[in-house]
Design a protein around this ligand. Structure first.
Ligand code: ADP
Ligand code: TYD
Length: 208
């Protein structure tokens, strides 16, 4: 997808229940309070078409889809999200904050549910073709994160229902990604939300 954008594209990543949504909201509030133009969004979803696909992905039985089918659904949702929301907002010079993006696919589908990493990268290059400018990976104890996530009882627990060993693998996957990718910053999520937000905002300021 074409570049030529002027805004800042920020993503939050991490295991389920690690505090991504909370931090995305706190960052949005802090930047908006400074009068900056911010769009906060999420994946899977973020645009009307992608939100319809989201329901297919986050509800129902864990074995509802094969890893391959899931990968195609995430990419379909992402393509719509990128085309209809992310690229237009960045072109307007806005700061786009997304709760998850392609790194979730790399880690969830690419590294943990079948050895699909190469397919993930090829599909991404063909159909999405862009990365965030900055990625904040919230790192924390999977047992605690799972407890937090399930306590929400959102009805969207298909991935949480894979259980603790799955979340532990995901954490390892995110840590490996952070070590190998300069745009990714590992953030310690085992702190009060305000302390985490303080570090996140300071980091984002260096990109503005
Ligand atoms: P995610 O988007 O990563 O799934 P959320 O931001 O929705 O995570 O947080 C999961 C749950 O944990 C929510 O109930 C939220 O209020 C709570 N929470 C978020 N951040 C913290 C934190 N730093 N300390 C304690 N609880 C938190
Ligand atoms: P999300 O609503 O962010 O879950 P949570 O708030 O529990 O972190 O995302 C829904 C689920 O979809 C989540 O378990 C991670 C998974 N997911 C993937 O497996 N691949 C992807 O590419 C994306 C964006 C999400």
């Amino acid at each position: 997808m074409s570049a030529g954008t002027s805004g800042l594209f920020v993503s939050f990543e991490g295991i389920d229940g690690s505090g991504k949504s909370t931090q995305a909201r706190l960052l949005e509030e802090a930047l908006a309070a400074e009068g900056r133009s911010v769009v906060r969004t999420r994946e899977p979803g973020g645009s009307p078409g992608a939100e319809e696909i989201r329901r297919l992905l986050v509800e129902g039985e864990p074995d509802r889809w094969s890893a391959e089918t899931e990968l195609l659904l995430f990419n379909a949702a992402r393509r719509d999200h990128v085309e209809t929301l992310i690229v237009p907002a960045l072109a307007q010079g806005e700061i786009v904050i997304t709760d998850r993006f392609a790194d979730s696919t790399r880690v969830y589908q690419g590294a943990t549910r079948g050895d699909l990493r190469e397919t993930v990268d090829i599909l991404h290059a063909l159909m999405i073709g862009r990365e965030p400018d900055v990625t904040l990976i919230i790192d924390m104890d999977p047992a605690l994160a799972l407890e937090r996530g399930l306590a929400r009882r959102s009805g969207e627990d298909r991935f949480e229902d894979f259980g603790l060993p799955f979340q532990e693998k995901l954490r390892d996957g995110f840590q490996a990604l952070a070590a190998a990718t300069p745009r990714c910053h590992l953030i310690d999520g085992n702190r009060a939300p305000e302390a985490i937000a303080h570090e996140v905002i300071a980091l984002i300021r260096t990109h503005l």
